[in-house]
Design a protein around this ligand. Structure first.
Ligand code: HEC
Length: 207
């Protein structure tokens, strides 16, 4: 469900940006007449795309495990760009229209940056003398818990339930290293760290 929403959102955002770039270019370099013609022709498509964009965005916001300040700033930029675009295109004010587009691209950039953010969380301090299981727990809390939850079954951001996971150790390793869908790859973790995390997540299955 979450992954499907994420793909729909990405697609809607992409189409929305393309439409707005074209409209802004026509506003800047075309005639007033060609802008009204284009707007009339794309009116329904624009309504569908922007509704999808907003509806999937709201769903993702409430089902995501990691709302960071970047996500909130991204939403603020998108919300600020809407009135600018409406006024800009209505009054044919190219400064407002370009500003609105810049805000949208800024929001897009923030979303891309935010994706990688979770893998860059600082590593928990390794306490000398702590067991592999404890190390695994600390790493899990730092990198995995936001989505998978304290007991592995929170399912935020579309995360799979680790309690019922039937994956082998090497399949899990691949998941952690490379990631999949909404799960980022943790190429920053060493073999020992991944081993420790898997040792810890194995304890979920027995509960
Ligand atoms: C941003 C959210 C997020 C974070 C952080 C995250 N995961 Fe995931 N995880 C997911 C999602 C989403 C899936 C399902 C991906 C898919 O199959 O499309 C998943 C799937 C998995 C699976 C596969 C389970 C199965 O049975 O298929 C494993 C194992 C896993 N995660 C372990 C981890 C570990 C270990 C960490 C920390 C190092 C971690 N995840 C961090 C979101 C996350």
């Amino acid at each position: 469900m979450y992954t499907g929403m994420l793909h729909t959102h990405t697609l809607a955002v992409g189409l929305f940006l393309i439409l707005y770039v074209i409209k802004t270019l026509i506003l800047l370099f075309g005639s007033a007449d060609s802008l009204s013609k284009f707007t009339a022709k794309t009116k329904i498509a624009e309504m569908v795309i922007s509704s999808l964009f907003l509806a999937t965005g709201v769903f993702l916001y409430f089902n995501s495990g990691n709302i960071t300040w970047m996500v909130n700033l991204k939403i603020a930029l998108v919300l600020a760009s809407i009135p600018l675009a409406i006024v800009g295109f209505k009054k044919r004010n190219s400064v407002l229209a370009v500003l609105s587009l810049l805000l949208l691209f800024g929001a897009y950039g923030l979303a891309e940056m935010n994706k990688k953010q979770v893998t860059r969380a600082p590593k928990p301090e390794v306490i000398i003398g702590s067991s592999e299981l404890e190390a695994g727990k600390n790493l899990y809390v730092a990198y995995c818990q936001a989505c998978h939850g304290e007991n592995g079954d929170a399912g935020r951001s579309g995360a799979k339930n680790l309690k019922v996971s039937a994956l082998s150790k090497s399949e899990m390793e691949a998941y952690i290293r490379i990631g999949k869908g909404a799960m980022p790859g943790f190429s920053n973790l060493s073999q020992e760290e991944i081993d420790a995390i898997i040792l810890y997540t194995d304890t979920f299955r027995q509960k």
